[in-house]
Ligand binder design. Sequence first.
Ligand code: MLT
Length: 410
Amino acid sequence: MALVNENFLKLKAGYLFPEIGRRVSKYAAENPDAKIIRLGIGDVTEPLPAAVTEAMHKAVDEMATRASFRGYGPEQGYDFLRNAIAQNDFQSRGCNVSADEIFVSDGSKCDSGNILEIFGNDNVVAVTDPVYPVYVDTNVMAGRTGDADAAGRYAGLVYLPVTAENGFVPALPDRHVDLIYLCYPNNPTGTVATRETLQKWVDYARAEKAIIFFDAAYEAFITEPGVPHSIYEIEGAREVAIEFRSFSKTAGFTGTRCAFTVVPKGLKATTASGEAVELHGLWNRRQSTKFNGVPYVIQRGAEAVYSDAGKEQVRQLVSFYLENAAILSQGLRDAGLTVYGGVNAPYVWLKTPGNSTSWEFFDRLLSTAHLVGTPGSGFGASGEGYFRLSAFNSRANVEEAVRRIHTVLK
Ligand code: MLT
């Protein structure tokens, strides 16, 4: 008899976003006239920038002739893209990251889960709470936790609450941890980390010989000067941090799929007997064995994000969503709600009114305003009493969403 991986049986219900999708589909089927506006999952709505689609068209034509056709590409990504990333995202900000430390992939979600394969199962893992659920669920799948309690917290994980009470700044763990997930700009709270906060984390990781997984998928949405865009802007980060980046939200690649992970050379973890091992080599080995790279056409599209035209078009795209976030934030405040985020991130994080639970507010918005958001408790126990709205939608829908919220909360 084949045995299952019983760690999967510890997982709570469905993955958050499909679970929301299921509830919304059921509601839509029962209420076919409801004009539902979806501000739940952070999926982009605007088309790819013209510079990107032009580059993709050209690349498709290259694939159509024997002389320029390409088969398997390098598992790590083509040099043209790795060079463009290194120069534009890192070196131009003074970060010491070279092209061969960049691994192009089909998503930060995949990478942030897959990276666990190169780490031992006895590592103690710290996550902020609320948190992007992928970090938790992939550790559960890998067997790095016990069962969940009634609030959904898994035994063995170290949870670091981020709530209004602590200004959404996670305290350093009060015990030793080995792996730390940080996401800035933050999903779901839309808040950012200052340089001082990140320096504290890097110093902690150096002292504890821990590794930070730094998810910067929303980096392009940073508007305020002085906010770090990369963990590698922080002194000592190369010794302790792996960074995940994505073209999904920056350039509208949620369906197109392209992202990258930075594993600095010299970044090390140890064997149980204390021997230091380079993580770059292990990740390279993992990717070369299990991944055949992102399609050439897509990588050419991603490269175009760094052209002059691409940069300007991406800037406009990001500004458009940030204006949506500002309209949502202001509209919610005018309706008497307490609102966070939305300035350096496409997510608005709000306190649910009248002490309603996150799921109660979800049901109320869906049934009375035909509006979909994401319950804060779906991101972790400390997200209870909060709710996330995504700014990824058309202007008309965002304005209509604000009108409906006002009607409901009146
Ligand atoms: C979200 O809504 O949190 C994101 O879209 C999920 C993701 O990027 O996987």
